[in-house]
Write a protein that binds this ligand. Structure first.
Ligand code: ADP
Ligand code: MG
Length: 245
């Protein structure tokens, strides 16, 4: 589904991504772990073209977003990124729009569907994330966990084939992380292909089928949760897992 090879990016003299390579198969749930500043967000933002990389390739299904550092045409890029939905740490909801309006805005702008179709999907998705009773509320009147569930529903409105999450629970009070992880777990059970940058090791162990460990711009190792958490091959992975405990 996604093939990343030799991805490179620098900010001035700082090499943020150093020859990052990995593969995501259809229906995979990939957890990306690693210390702060290791390049996890930059890598994820590169996949959806919120950042441009300096070298390497990103292939989604049979299409290249970037091949050996050369980007495809803007329409091809839009075609590829429209297959992906992204959820950020800080929700990024539109504060002046209600929950329902947040969900319906992007599909309405694309204008390929009737208002009735869009409305019916927003109703279904709000039911799915347990927020149908908050459809007319404004983001300011929601808890962090509710806001993040709205953000997930909003991303799903565009019918993505791949969902990317960048520390979706890091900004939440601990008692609110469970409701968000539950929604993500449900998506995984429905076989959504997902890449999740997370500090929630419990979620990674339980839900992911592949874990990637990044440190200092490098992809240090990858494996099943059983392999990576119980038999890490590299000292840096061991040190990170021990520190995190
Ligand atoms: P992570 O998500 O793993 O914490 P990031 O991808 O956010 O790591 O950042 C990796 C490195 O790149 C950090 O050292 C960070 O300070 C740097 N960085 C990120 N964005 C920028 C930017 N826009 N300009 C300069 N440096 C940046
Ligand atoms: Mg980050």
């Amino acid at each position: 589904m996604i093939e990343v090879s030799n991805l490179k990016k620098s900010y001035g003299k700082l090499d943020v991504l150093k020859q990052i390579s990995f593969t995501v198969n259809r229906n995979d749930v990939v957890a990306v772990i690693g210390p702060s500043g290791s390049g996890k967000s930059t890598m994820l933002r590169g996949l959806v073209h919120l950042e441009e990389v300096d070298g390497g390739s990103i292939q989604v299904a049979d299409h290249y977003l970037v091949k050996d550092g050369v980007y495809s045409s803007p329409p091809q890029i839009r075609q590829i990124t429209s297959r992906m939905g992204m959820v950020f740490q800080h929700f990024n909801l539109f504060p002046h729009l209600t929950v329902k309006e947040n969900l319906e805005l992007a599909p309405r702008l694309v204008k390929k569907e009737s208002a009735a179709e869009i409305k019916s999907r927003s109703t279904d998705l709000l039911e799915k994330v347990g927020l149908i009773d908050r459809a007319n509320a404004y983001p300011a009147n929601l808890s962090g966990g509710q806001k993040q569930r709205v953000a997930i529903a909003r991303a799903l409105m565009m019918n993505p084939e791949i969902m990317l999450f960048d520390e979706p629970t890091s900004a939440l009070d601990p008692e609110l992380t469970g409701e968000v992880l539950q929604v993500m777990k449900k998506l995984a059970e429905e076989h959504m292909t997902m890449i999740v940058v997370t500090h929630e090791m419990g979620f990674a162990k339980e839900v992911a089928n592949q874990v990637l460990f990044m440190d200092n711009g490098e992809m240090i190792e990858s494996g099943s949760p059983a392999e990576l958490f119980t038999k890490p091959k590299f000292e840096r992975t061991k040190a990170f897992l021990n520190r995190d405990r």
